[in-house]
Write a protein that binds this ligand. Structure first.
Ligand code: ACO
Length: 402
């Protein structure tokens, strides 16, 4: 606690907490994490149970409404999401304005932000019905926009959404299908994709979710808020880590070189970190990483990939790191991003799409958190203070005297 009276006069106290390591910014009923025990609950349900028994549409409903849907509610919700999967045709022109080699996350920041220019009838944040329509639109349109970003980058025509397919299946078809030939959907891969979406659905007040809440606290519309979340997620310390993990595994190249990289990660004079390791909240194994590791094995087996060199390096890297006193003492364990890249690469996604998939899945968490914040009338505009360390008052000097 800093006594700022010396700096600002008698305006009271504030906590100085860079990185908000011990600052709670809101109340929430959506997600609970016990970082020491490695527990993650959504609305009370353990992530392991949701990943094994539920599906992403059900988890979306749970996030938004607080309860699992009954059969009627589930089918109505699915119908509403399916109804909203198309995007305004003019948005395809928007894509064509980007360079082909643009990073798809750069494209996503732009096109998701642009949704507020197309869907004015769901930007009145005072109206609960409009808030829900905007939420459904975002969940429904993210796969379409993500697939369009991919198609544009490889120069293939856009594939329109299909209402007869499930959420993950439709996304796979829009990504890997072509208009003249639908993608042959492998149910094991579609299930794995759905599981990956569940594992990324929400994670309480992480950097991107806090960004969405902070943007929303000023009354900005939901599409603009989610675009802000996407921008934040892009960074390698957050959602960009899945892309960074694969780059790192490729750079390591062989199991023999692991000790060299472990040594670099421990060297304080080297900025290198083991990507996919460590977490602000988990000081134990990230429960999502365990499910992800299992899913990774299932996907590789299904695709007949017996010896994936990157998986071999990842498993060995994890083994060595978890026995190393540096990682043990600092409680650095694999996080959700450590294995996800290997699965996504095996399915056929280029590394540049990894964080886009994270954004697609996290959209439900962002929008549920946004809804919770807007409904909470005690919330004020987010406005942290600062510890000013600059110059004290001084007189202006004309340019010719400087
Ligand atoms: N490799 C090597 N050392 C590490 C790593 C790592 N991956 N992560 C943390 N450390 C060390 C730090 O150097 C620091 O050491 P010190 O106390 O001697 O200075 C200590 O562990 C604590 O690290 P902080 O950076 O202070 O912890 P913080 O909570 O701020 O950071 C973060 C968490 C950003 C996730 C960090 O662990 C990291 O950079 N990991 C790699 C990137 C990554 O995988 N990000 C994905 C996070 S999960 C997600 O967003 C979905």
């Amino acid at each position: 606690v800093i006594d700022i009276r010396k700096l600002y006069g008698d305006t009271g106290y504030f906590t100085y907490d860079p990185g908000f390591t011990s600052t709670g910014s809101c109340e929430s009923k959506i997600t609970f994490i016990d970082g020491d025990k490695g527990v993650l609950l959504h609305r009370g349900y353990p992530i392991e149970q949701l990943a094994e028994k539920s599906d992403f549409m059900e988890v979306c409903y749970l996030m938004l409404h607080g309860e699992l849907p009954n059969a009627k509610q589930k089918s109505e919700f699915e119908r509403s999401i399916t109804y909203h999967t198309m995007v305004h045709e003019q948005l395809s022109q928007f894509f064509r304005g980007f360079r082909r080699d643009a990073h798809p996350m750069a494209v996503m920041c732009g096109v998701v932000g642009a949704l507020s220019a197309f869907y004015h009838d769901s930007t009145d944040i005072e109206d609960p019905r409009q808030r829900m329509v905007a939420s459904h639109r975002l969940i429904a349109k993210m796969p379409t926009l993500a697939a369009m970003a991919y198609k544009y980058s490889i120069g293939q025509p856009f594939v329109y959404p299909r209402n007869d397919l499930g959420y993950a299946e439709n996304f796979l078809n829009m990504t890997f299908g072509v208009p003249c030939e639908p993608y042959k959907i492998n149910p094991v891969i579609a299930k794995a994709m759905d599981k990956i979406f569940i594992l990324h659905a929400d994670h309480e007040q992480n950097a991107s979710t806090s960004t969405v809440r902070l943007s929303g606290s000023s009354g900005a519309n939901p599409f603009a808020c989610i675009a802000a979340g996407i921008a934040c997620l892009w960074g390698p310390a957050h959602g960009g880590a899945n892309e960074a993990v694969l780059k790192m595994l490729g750079e390591i190249g062989h199991k023999d070189r692991i000790p060299e990289f472990i040594a670099r990660a421990k060297d304080k004079n080297d900025s290198f970190r083991l990507m996919g390791f460590g977490h602000r909240v988990y000081k134990n194994y990230d429960p999502r990483a365990k499910v992800m590791q299992q899913t990774c094995k299932e996907v590789l087996a299904e695709l007949g990939i017996k010896d994936d060199p990157l998986l071999d390096i990842a498993v060995e890297l994890e083994r060595i790191a978890l026995e190393d006193p540096y990682f043990v003492e600092k409680k650095l364990y694999p996080n959700v991003d450590f294995y996800s890249g290997i699965i996504l690469k095996a399915i056929g996604f280029p590394t540049s799409m990894f964080t886009v998939l994270f954004a697609l899945a996290r959209t439900v968490g962002w929008i549920a958190q946004w809804q919770e914040m807007i409904a909470d009338t005690s919330q004020k505009i987010g406005r942290p203070r600062q510890l000013y360390t600059g110059a004290t008052t001084r007189d202006y000097v004309p340019v010719e005297q400087r």
